[in-house]
Design a protein around this ligand. Structure first.
Ligand code: FE
Length: 214
């Protein structure tokens, strides 16, 4: 992609040089070019602001799906904290909401989380670091767990299934910002990155799921 963009830039530059050689510029056309250039800069800036600062866009776009992977286990216990004796690592508190594409909070949605331990291992014999819960008022959820480790070619991630009452299951994965391995993991999606902050006893993260329901 970078190479294509670079070539395009070079083509544009070459094109401009040729045009300038062929047509001697008058003061008026230079003023015209300057006006056009500043208009393009302002318009580009406006579009960037609209893209990054519009909260409605987030509410309207459904959270993308991601593969389930080989380590899902049904019937994980109902619990909001996956912390238990023997679990070590950096504490992580993840909160957020489950919303419809219209931005309506979905109470009673089922969230089933599973992820690896801090060394990148899954508990396939039991249910460590696995659990499901239901959203409460305003579609809110809260998960207490630890930051998962990396394994194989995978950057650290949290698997989750999200389901509105009587709705279809959305299977997806959440990621951490600024992880060097994000760019090398072909499953990574910038749309699935949590907002993460340092906390006195670990990290706090937020993520709102948007389900494709009205
Ligand atoms: Fe995984």
């Amino acid at each position: 992609m970078k190479r294509a963009t670079k070539n395009m830039d070079e083509d544009i530059q070459t094109g401009q040089v040729t045009a300038e050689r062929q047509l001697p510029e008058s003061k008026a056309s230079r003023r015209g070019n300057a006006w056009l250039l500043s208009s393009v800069v302002i318009l580009t800036g406006l579009l960037m602001v609209m893209k990054t600062e519009s909260p409605a866009a987030d509410a309207a776009n459904p959270t993308p799906a991601a593969i389930e992977g080989p380590f899902f286990k049904p019937n994980a216990p109902r619990r909001t904290s996956l912390l238990e004796p023997g679990i070590t690592g950096t504490k992580l508190v993840l909160t957020g909401r489950v919303l419809s594409t219209a931005g309506k909070p979905i109470a009673g949605a089922r969230l089933d989380f599973w992820h690896s331990d801090s060394k990148g291992d899954y508990d396939n014999a039991g249910y460590k670091l696995r659990g499901h819960q239901f959203t409460y008022q305003e579609g809110r959820y809260r998960l207490e767990t630890i930051v998962p480790g990396q394994y194989g070619g995978r950057t650290p991630h949290i698997h989750v299934q999200v389901q509105a009452p009587n709705g279809r299951i959305l299977t997806t994965q959440l990621y951490f910002p600024g992880e060097p391995r994000n760019q090398r993991d072909f499953l990574f999606s910038p749309d699935l990155v949590m907002k993460v902050q340092e906390a006195p006893d670990g990290k706090v993260a937020t993520f709102d799921f948007v389900l494709n329901v009205k």
